[in-house]
Design a protein around this ligand. Structure first.
Ligand SMILES: Cc1cc2nc3c(=O)[nH]c(=O)nc-3n(C[C@H](O)[C@H](O)[C@H](O)COP(=O)(O)O)c2cc1C
Length: 162
């Protein structure tokens, strides 16, 4: 049962969003990536890791996916990370963060090795996937993060203007 009253309107929150990014990175492996598929939204489940400064998100994808084609053509994405467990208790307790930013494939070299190592530290089971010649490592440079908690309490963090 939900004990608190569920709000009908949004409220501005004061959550320190980078702290919540840290929590999600520590506890959640998956996120929903939204891409622009020729003007139509397209959503995909992905496995992600933040860089230690929480300015970037790293993920990997096979070159022949629809999401990768969309990344190359649009250059902007949104990523939804959340801690829902699909119970009624979730309504007031769940938090979600929408991360928006630019994306690009990472070329082979030192930067790629560093990013791959951060990603694989969190997801060691994906070593073969990341090393496959068909896989591209992608980096999302964060522009904004929008956090929601208590159903409608919204806190915004502008990455370049914190
Ligand atoms: C738990 C889970 C994690 C996934 N992680 C990734 C991922 O990190 N990268 C990826 O490209 N696809 C991942 N996928 C598969 C994608 O969601 C997608 O179905 C597949 O890559 C096809 O992509 P497309 O629809 O863009 O063509 C994952 C699927 C599941 C079920």
């Amino acid at each position: 049962m939900v004990k608190e009253k569920v709000p009908s309107n949004t409220q501005r929150g004061t959550v320190f969003v980078p702290e919540r990014l840290k929590f999600f990175d520590r506890t959640k492996d998956f996120a929903v990536l939204a891409t622009d598929d020729n003007g139509q939204p397209y959503a995909s489940l992905i496995t992600y890791a933040f860089t230690p400064d929480f300015r970037k998100v790293i993920f990997a994808t096979p070159r022949n996916t629809r999401k990768y084609k969309n990344i190359l053509s649009a250059g902007y994405v949104a990523l939804l990370i959340d801690n829902r467990s699909n119970t009624q208790k979730d309504i007031m307790d769940t938090e979600a963060i929408t991360v928006t930013g630019t994306v690009k494939p990472v070329r082979k070299g030192t930067a790629r090795r560093e990013l791959a190592s951060i990603y694989l530290k969190k997801h060691p089971e994906l070593k073969d996937f990341v090393k496959a010649s068909s896989t591209v490592l992608v980096v999302l440079e964060i522009i904004q993060c929008v956090h929601v908690g208590k159903f409608q309490t919204v806190s915004v963090w502008d990455c370049h203007n914190p």
